[in-house]
Design a protein around this ligand. Sequence first.
Ligand code: PLP
Length: 235
Amino acid sequence: MFIDYEEFVRRADSVRTQIATACIAAGRDPASVELLAVTKTHPIDAAHYAARYGLRAVGENRVQEAAEKRPLCTAPALQWELIGHLQSNKAKLAATHFDRVQSVDSEKLLNHLDRAAAELGKILPVLLQINAGRDPAKFGAELEDAPRLLELALSKKNLHIEGLMTIAPLGTTPAEAADHAQRTFTQLRTLRDDLASRFQTPLSELSMGMSSDLTPAIAAGSTQVRVGSALYGAR
Ligand SMILES: *Cc1c(COP(=O)(O)O)cnc(C)c1O
C-alpha cells in the first residue's frame, strides 16, 4: 500500500531538515535549494502530496508515464519536469506534457524540442544534462561538448536555457559513492561558472543531488535536489 499523507509530511520535513543542515554547513540560505519530488513509478497521490505540502514541482523520468498520470492530477499549479532520458522522436510529446525538460543532451534533441515548442506556441524551459562524472552508464553530454551544445541551445528561440543537470556515478562502496558525488558535483559547478562567464548567461539552475547524495550536491552549489525514495520509499 502507498504511504499516507501524514507519513509523507514526516519524510518531507526530514528531507527539508537535511537540506537546511547542508545549506548551513555550506554557508548558504536554505531557501536557495528547491526540493523536487520525484514521483516516477508512484500513483498520482504522490504528486498530490507534493502539491499539498507546498512543493512547486514533481519530476518524472518517462514521457509516457507522465502523459498518462498528469491528466489525473487535480493540482493545476503543480509543475511537471522531465528528468529522464528523452529520445528525439518523443520531443513533441515531452514539450506537450512537461513544463521543463532537464535531460537535454544532444544537438538533435535541441533541434527537435525547439521545433516542437514552436509548433505548440510556447517557450520551453530546459536544462542541459551533462555527464559530469564521465560515467559510461549515464546519459548526458560530455564535458568537452558542453560549450558547443550551449551555443546551439542559446540560438533556439523557443527554448529557455535555465541551467545544468547531472547524475553522479554509483559507487561500489559508500566511500566511493561519496567520492564520485563530490567530484561530479564540483565538476558541474565549475563548468557552469565557466560557461556562464564565457556566454554571459546566468545558467542559474544547478539540478544535482538525489536522496543519497544531496549533502555533497548542496556543498557544491546545487539549487535543486531531486528526491524520490526518501519521500515515497523504495521503487
Ligand atoms: C529517480 C531519479 C531521482 C531520484 O532518485 P532517489 O534516489 O529515489 O532520490 C533523481 N534524479 C533522476 C534523474 C532520477 O531518475
